[in-house]
Design a protein around this ligand. Sequence first.
Ligand code: HEM
Length: 494
Amino acid sequence: MYETDLLFGIAVILLFIYLRTFVRDFLKYHHQFWKIPGPKTLPLTLIAYLFTARSNADRFEILQNLSKRYPRYYSLWFGTMYLFITDDPDVAQKLLTLPQCVEKNFFMDLFGFPNGLIAMKADKWKNERKLLNSTFSLPVLQSYLPIFTKCISKSIECLNEKCDKEEFDIKHNVTVVVMNAVMNTTFGKDLSRDVAETFMTNTEKLLDIIWKRAMKPHYHYKSIYSLSNMQKEENEYRKFIFDFVTTEWNKLKNNDNDMNSVDNSFIHHLMKVSNNGRNFTSEEILDHCGTMLVAAADTMSTALKFTLLMLAMHENVQQRIVEEINEIFGEEDLIVDYEKLSELKYIEMTIKEALRLFTPTTGLFREVRADVNIGIDNVCLPKGTNLVINVYGLHRKKELWGDDAHLFRPERFSAENSFNRHQYAFLPFANGMRLCIGNRYAMIFMKLIVVHYIKNFHFSTSLKYENVRVKAGITLKLIGNHLVKITTRRKGDD
Ligand code: HEM
């Protein structure tokens, strides 16, 4: 009896908190809510609607269908949150370039690492970003080329073991090569295969839990979430990553020799910034490094897994890449410096097309800090509105990409075909004020992987393009495995 009363009491209190927040926010936003198109359900109805969906993939589809039903933009209540969602490039451009929209919203607070660039509050972010830009300058990135090449050579040795055999999930190999490259350029350190995979597994699980929490409005309340098993799991994954970064940092900090040996890495460049007047605390250094590892690892491995799968499915594209490699390198062994890398235009187009269809980051989240006019239909968003740029929807819009928007066709990124394209139609790395700091890093590394892998192996798969299904998370996920078969590419195969 006592327990039932207690549970009833808790339920009443929670309902009260919920209704109070909802009524407060509803009074604040209702003028907009009625003006802007969107499902006019009460928040609880929409949540029920989303929850009756069988799976994460269905939920993602429901949200994407809403974008089709309300072209350009719409608004809805999600729990007690008022969301403004757009897949329109003009609106995206306006919002992503406005100082009033530089703040990340509540979803990004869940990411953690508050002193890292991704989740950092806007007031601090502006200066910090200026300082950190130097750690991703072109000379720094060019100096990473030999490191990337070494990691890729090791990866090719591992792939050789799978060559001319059965189909396998390329995920594991991609994970290891990405983690190794990122660890080397962050801490100047190699990882064993096991450690690389464990780090990636913890990262994926952490991001998965953050996403699940974001999708469950009752867990937006810290008091409720802290009682859940998800919170315990999240702590575990976070602790793994935090301990990992702390151990690496302590090793370097306590040993000058070690610090000198990593003079070509993010931590070294960060210390240079720190010694030049902006003294970072240990906490800030750990958050910056943790952010870089997590931000780089999951996004790049997602992008690469989809790119390789697309190559395996599109023989004609692979063939065109082989021709490009032959044109640029002839019969010589691959020695890929920055100039040669810049000449690999078709590989770049291929990666961009994979990033368009399978953008690792499906949405961008912001909070409006002062009332803003979105620049069309005289819509004004009040302070506090949560913005979502639906990048996945934007990248597949027929109005922007043509009737064949759903097809994998790298040619749409040729210079002539891109000439008239809206600057904000393609946002895999965001754009505007909080553009991804690692975008050039990612493109260099991914191009290098593709040129080496395709020079060495022919990719195929039994999977069919028309059966590819995805689900959203912090990064996009394929439903099923990235199955490929690789065979040795011999001279004359092309
Ligand atoms: C294919 C690979 C990548 C993709 C698709 C990607 C995507 C993105 C996107 C969409 C954002 C903006 C997030 C937002 O506005 O909420 C972002 C920010 C960021 N990314 Fe990347 N990223 C990639 C690779 C990398 C790499 C390699 C690094 C570091 C080595 C990195 C570090 C960051 C950081 C630190 C931010 C926060 C920037 C800021 O707010 O100033 N990313 N990334």
